[in-house]
Ligand binder design. Structure first.
Ligand SMILES: [Mg+2]
Length: 168
C-alpha cells in the first residue's frame, strides 16, 4: 500500500549515515517544512546542520524535494549548502522523487525519502520506489487549511501504524 511508510521516526536526526548504510541506501531525499525546519523558521538547528555535514563526510548524497516555488527552495538549499534540489515537485506525484534520484545518480530504491506528511511525502516516495520514512512533524504550528485537511486524512493511517507497532 502506497500510503504506508517503511519506517516511522521522531526526527530527521534519527536518519543517520549508519541508519542508511544498514539499509543499503546511498542517498537521502529531504522535505523542508516540518522535516528540516519548523513552521516559519528560516534555518535548521545546529543539530540538523551537523547531520547534513555527517552525510557529506560519509558520502551520502542529499537532495531536497519541495512543493515550494523555485526561489524559496533555491535560497534555502544555498543557506544549508545542499547542491541538489527539486522545486514545484507536485508531491504526491512521483516525478520529483525520480528526478531527485537521477540528480544523485542513484536508483530510487537506493534512496531514503524523509518527510512529515503521509499524503504528500510518503505517497510520492512510495510511488517512485524510494524507501519512505515518515517523521513526526517538528512543530505543527498554524498549518493551512489544505494541510489540516490532509492531517485529518492521516489519522486512520497513523492508527494503522500504531496497531502495527511502528509508532510506539
Ligand atoms: Mg513537510
Amino acid at each position: 500500500m502506497n500510503l504506508i511508510p517503511r519506517d516511522y521516526r521522531g526526527s530527521v536526526l534519527e536518519i543517520t549515515p549508519e541508519y542508511l548504510r544498514q539499509r543499503g541506501l546511498g542517498g537521502v531525499i529531504l522535505d523542508i517544512d516540518n522535516t528540516l525546519i519548523g513552521h516559519n523558521v528560516p534555518v535548521p538547528t545546529a543539530e540538523v546542520l551537523d547531520l547534513l555535514a555527517d552525510y557529506r563526510k560519509n558520502g551520502i548524497q542529499i537532495c531536497v524535494v519541495s512543493n515550494n516555488r523555485r526561489q524559496r527552495v533555491a535560497d534555502f538549499c544555498e543557506r544549508i549548502g545542499v547542491e541538489h534540489y527539486v522545486w514545484d515537485a507536485l508531491k504526491p506525484a512521483a516525478k520529483g522523487y525520480v528526478r531527485a534520484a537521477e540528480l544523485m545518480g542513484l536508483a530510487p530504491e537506493r534512496t531514503a525519502a524523509v518527510g512529515d506528511q503521509i499524503f504528500t511525502d510518503v505517497w510520492g516516495a512510495r510511488r517512485a520506489g524510494c524507501y519512505a520514512v515518515l517523521l513526526k512533524p517538528i512543530h505543527r504550528g498554524k498549518e493551512g487549511l489544505f494541510i489540516a485537511f490532509k492531517r485529518a486524512l492521516e489519522k486512520p493511517v497513523l492508527l494503522y501504524l500504531k496497531i502495527k507497532g511502528m509508532i510506539k
